[in-house]
Design a protein. Structure first.
Length: 338
């Protein structure tokens, strides 16, 4: 039995500029990091070369079948698509689960795609580069499953760590961000993540955003230019260990992100955000495409208790986390039983 583990992410700035429709023309960039919440893929190879898959997140079951009769169904579509794309015909029972709910805004779908590719390529005895894993995950999601996504989630899942990622037509560059341990710990302690209790279908928001980019809609393009510039501002500040700038950039980026497309925010989300700022948060954002999922706030130590109390009162659940520096991992449980 094999277990694939890949951490999800939080993004600080630049989301939206990682779509090829934007960055191939203008260039894009993000600052993002993994956290210690994971997607899991358990694979038990079968002797009869049959396949079945279970998704506890979606409560779905792809019933036992042969390789030639595999179908794309909700909840197991990523695993099945990777099996088919990598031509993995050996067979297996697949169990898919994660520490975060679907539609959480933490990049779980792309993280699972990376997980499936890493695990299955390992089962085939292949050693793929991080870039190849990321690009293959993006290809499957965007061109096979038709998800209107950008590339940042695939790259941060595949590379792991705290990174500044630059996107251009010719290549993607992943530049590790290195901070001293005390500064990194302070940044980690000043970030607060809350689950809103509702998830969303990111495809609805992203499809509209993609449409606006293709149509060169002025508000959307200008907002994307602005958040791309914020990434450069944030990266320069972080390199100087100016972590308070994270909160300030989160705030400015969230105001711009709401102009990307309809559905990014709503009256309820805006009220929660305003409440957190009044309680002492310097800045924040919805993670992911918007519309639901998790809210991330930058809040200095003296204000944390007040922000926590206010968010609890409006029904948000605090989600403790730590930064996670390692990328994909595949555990061979047979080795543990030797």
């Amino acid at each position: 039995m094999f277990v694939g583990m890949v951490p999800v992410r939080i993004s600080f700035a630049g989301g939206g500029t990682d779509m090829p429709e934007y960055y191939e023309q203008y260039g894009g960039a993000v600052v993002t990091t993994n956290i210690n919440r994971f997607t899991y893929l358990v694979v038990n190879p079968t002797l009869d070369k049959s396949f079945q898959a279970f998704s506890s997140d979606f409560g779905s079951h792809h019933q036992k079948s042969s390789y030639d009769t595999l179908k794309v169904i909700n909840g197991t579509e990523i695993a099945v698509s990777v099996v088919r794309h990598l031509k993995y015909k050996i067979g297996g029972d697949f169990l898919i689960c994660s520490d975060v709910p679907p539609g959480s805004g933490l990049g779980a779908s792309s993280t699972l795609a990376v997980n499936c590719i890493k695990t299955i390529s390992t089962l085939k005895g292949q050693h793929w580069s991080k870039e190849r894993i990321a690009e293959t995950a993006f290809y499957i999601e965007r061109h096979v499953l038709k998800h209107p996504i950008g590339k940042q989630d695939d790259y941060i899942a595949s590379f792991g760590g705290f990174n500044y990622v630059k996107f251009s037509k010719d290549k993607v560059r992943v530049i590790p961000i290195k901070l001293g341990k005390p500064t990194m710990e302070e940044l980690e302690q000043n970030l607060m993540l809350f689950f809103m209790g509702v998830t969303r279908n990111s495809s609805i928001v992203l499809t509209k955003q993609l449409e606006y980019i293709k149509k060169n809609k002025e508000d959307t393009i200008n907002s994307l230019h602005y958040v791309r510039d914020l990434v450069e501002e944030l990266y320069a500040s972080i390199k100087k260990s100016d972590i308070r700038s994270v909160g300030e950039v989160l705030h400015k980026g969230w105001q711009a992100k709401k102009k990307f497309a309809q559905g990014v925010s709503n009256e309820h989300i805006d009220k929660i955000y305003e409440l957190a700022i009044k309680a002492g948060a310097i800045g924040g954002k919805l993670t992911g495409a918007g519309g639901g999922g998790h809210m991330l706030f930058y809040c200095e130590k003296s204000k944390r208790k007040n922000v926590l109390e206010k968010m609890n009162k409006v029904g948000l659940r605090y989600v403790p986390f730590n930064f996670h520096s390692a990328g994909p991992k595949v555990l061979n449980l047979y080795d543990y039983n030797k």
